[in-house]
Ligand binder design. Structure first.
Ligand code: GTP
Ligand code: SPV
Ligand code: MN
Length: 590
């Protein structure tokens, strides 16, 4: 009697193109063994057991954290490395001033020498994956080759990985080739190279998230943004969230905030008790692929299947959904441990760390117990607010787009762009304080247009033009907003409570879409008047609202001067329409 198992073809025989590539990589890297990933639970269990036996994973307290594990990375491999990340296009101009660039021939030669023989004594894993629902025409596939079982475990959670993805690749005959090796984990021998013209990624020397889980930032943003421009869609660093009003209408918002600026939290927000009847549904927490639909609206899918989220700050008060979600079947990276093997991080209301993220006895003099960029990896299906439409093949229709940064001053709590063209300028002018998500100084304000500074796979000038072109084609372009949850008072305290209370700002947007609430014109766009925001039950300092909604003309004039200088760097690639919008704002500021 033939069982399903008998009829399954070996993965290595499904796609000749994939097999040829795997063979060539095997010759180059010389692994001890080759393992094709099926994407089954049994496989994940086996990899987990392997890492436990090698001492690379620690099982967490099964009573409180069943199915959870801790992974400690190399101490010098804890964040994205933007200074070692390259876009390798034939013409440097195509990569633009926003990217580090290397000639593709030179980059390949350099990487070939790093990869040569690098997998000796290691197993080479082949991970076919699909970004987006397996049955969606909007999804795109790739194959990652890696020598890190930790990377495989993450990819199995973060993507639809395994046989079904390879079956799709065999039919489509196109896929992104991502070659990864942890190498020696030496920051001096570390590169993340992208070849958008060849749909290829080569990453060496890091096992960390955005450097190593190639389906995520490397494919779904840097390569996909290039493909999206060619194919008239947008690949963006955006969460997708559905908000159901007490009337029962659901609106989807897509919001771009830079790394560690609140996407995961907003995507799974818990409505405050004083806003009864609102419900929140998560579609995605980091990446959105936006396609113009036949109905003239933008439709969005989340290419990912899991969350690779910031751990510190997660607690029952800030985000009970996230807190509950990561208590089961979660892979923690670089958190601290309590005496009874529970994970611990800064921001938890209880518990005592005894080992820090490096496994050393915790000593506050050496800094925080959990690394500020410690992360959880967990399946989206574990999210209590996971949207029933998150897997819809056609995506969800977008009612509004939101840009936001982390800024102690200048940017008000919220404002609405005058129209799409002005909204593109608002996105292009996004600025934010740097965070621990990337190696480098933290807290420095930098330009991060559309929250894509580290992720746009081509020249920002051309990217802004592409945004303008997409908008011009939409019969019903969504309104565009800017938010800032991080404005501070003179003592450095956040003026806005944030987290669940952010819903008050989102409901204003939704009511604006329905034409049910007002706004006041300002030089930079439309702001809510205090009476336009639902602040019922919110405990806000009396002067805070005024400060949150203030637009200081002197600061903004300075902002415009800096912005003009910044945009000027894009020379002939900068769309004239953005300069025209800048001129309008400048004129209104007087
Ligand atoms: P990436 O995964 O790096 O792209 O980050 P993200 O944009 O998803 O950020 P996330 O939601 O993980 O939040 C990052 C940090 O900001 C966490 O420590 C949160 O606790 C904190 N945070 C999130 N939302 C708010 C907010 O509304 N107000 C304040 N003050 N902090 C917030
Ligand atoms: C970010 O840095 O924006 C992240 C984490 O979402 S990583 O996967 O490392 O890019
Ligand atoms: Mn991100």
């Amino acid at each position: 009697m033939a069982t399903a198992a008998h009829t399954l073809q070996p993965l290595s025989q499904l796609s000749a193109a994939v097999s040829e590539w795997v063979n060539s990589v095997r010759e180059l890297t010389q692994p001890r063994a080759v393992r094709w990933c099926e994407g089954t639970d049994a496989e994940a269990r086996e990899l987990t057991a392997l890492l436990l036996s090698r001492g690379e994973l620690t099982a967490l307290n099964p009573e409180f954290f069943p199915g959870c594990h801790l992974y400690r990375s190399a101490p010098n491999d804890v964040a994205r490395v933007e200074h070692l990340t390259y876009i390798c296009t034939r013409s440097q101009e195509d990569a633009g001033p926003n990217n580090h660039w290397m000639d593709p021939q030179q980059a390949h030669a350099r990487m070939r020498e790093l990869f040569r023989g690098c997998m000796r004594e290691r197993t080479l894993y082949v991970i076919p994956y699909c970004m987006g629902p397996l049955d969606s025409p909007l999804s795109r596939c790739g194959v990652e080759i890696t020598d890190s079982p930790y990377v495989v475990l993450n990819m199995l959670i973060m993507t639809r990985a395994g046989r079904a993805a390879l079956e799709r690749i065999a039919i489509e005959r196109t896929f992104v080739r991502g070659l990864h090796s942890i190498g020696e984990l030496d920051p001096e021998r570390r590169f993340i190279m992208h070849f958008p013209e060849e749909l290829a990624i080569e990453s060496y020397g890091s096992g960390y998230g955005g450097n190593a889980l190639l389906g995520k930032k490397c494919h779904a943003l840097r390569i996909a943004s290039w493909q999206a421009r060619k194919e008239s869609w947008l690949a963006e660093h955006m969460l997708i969230v559905g908000l159901q009003s007490p009337r029962g209408e659901t609106h989807y918002l897509a919001c771009a905030f830079p790394s560690a600026c609140g996407k995961t939290n907003l995507a799974m927000l818990i409505p405050p008790a004083s806003l009864p009847g609102w419900r929140v549904f998560t579609v995605g927490d980091d990446i959105a692929w936006l396609h113009p639909g036949a109905d003239g609206r933008l439709w969005a899918i989340n290419p990912e299947a899991g969350y690779f989220g910031v751990v510190p700050g997660t607690n029952p008060q800030t985000n009970r959904n996230a807190y509950e979600m990561i208590r089961r079947d979660t892979l923690f990276t670089n958190v601290a441990l309590t005496a009874d093997s529970q994970p611990w991080w800064e921001g938890l209301p209880s518990g005592v760390p005894v080992l820090d993220w490096q496994g050393r006895p915790y000593d506050p003099a050496r800094g925080p117990a959990a690394h500020p960029n410690s992360r959880f990896t967990v399946s989206a299906r574990r999210n209590p607010s996971y949207s029933p439409h998150a897997e819809d093949a056609r995506g969800v229709p977008i009612s509004a787009l939101v840009f936001g940064g982390r800024r102690r001053e200048v940017a008000p709590l919220v404002y609405e762009a005058r129209d799409w063209q002005h909204g593109v300028l608002v996105g292009a002018s996004l600025a934010s304080e740097t965070t621990a998500a990337a190696v480098g100084q933290v807290g420095v304000t930098r330009r991060d247009p559309m929250a894509m500074q580290p992720f746009c796979g081509y020249n920002f000038g051309d990217y802004w033009q592409h945004w303008l072109d997409v908008g011009a084609r939409l019969a019903r372009p969504p309104p565009i907003y800017h938010v800032n949850w991080f404005r501070r008072d003179a003592n450095g305290k956040f003026l806005w409570p944030g987290y669940g209370e952010n819903l008050r700002v989102l409901t204003w947007m939704i009511e604006r879409c329905a034409g049910r609430v007002g706004a006041a014109e300002s030089a930079i766009g439309r702001l809510p008047r205090p009476e336009d925001l639902n602040l019922r039950g919110l405990d806000l300092e009396p002067q805070a609202l005024g400060a949150l909604l203030a637009v200081d003309p002197a600061l903004w004039r300075k902002e415009i001067v800096e912005l003009r200088e910044y945009l000027g760097r894009y020379g002939k690639h900068l769309p004239a329409a953005l300069l025209a919008e800048l001129g309008i704002t400048e004129q209104r500021l007087g």
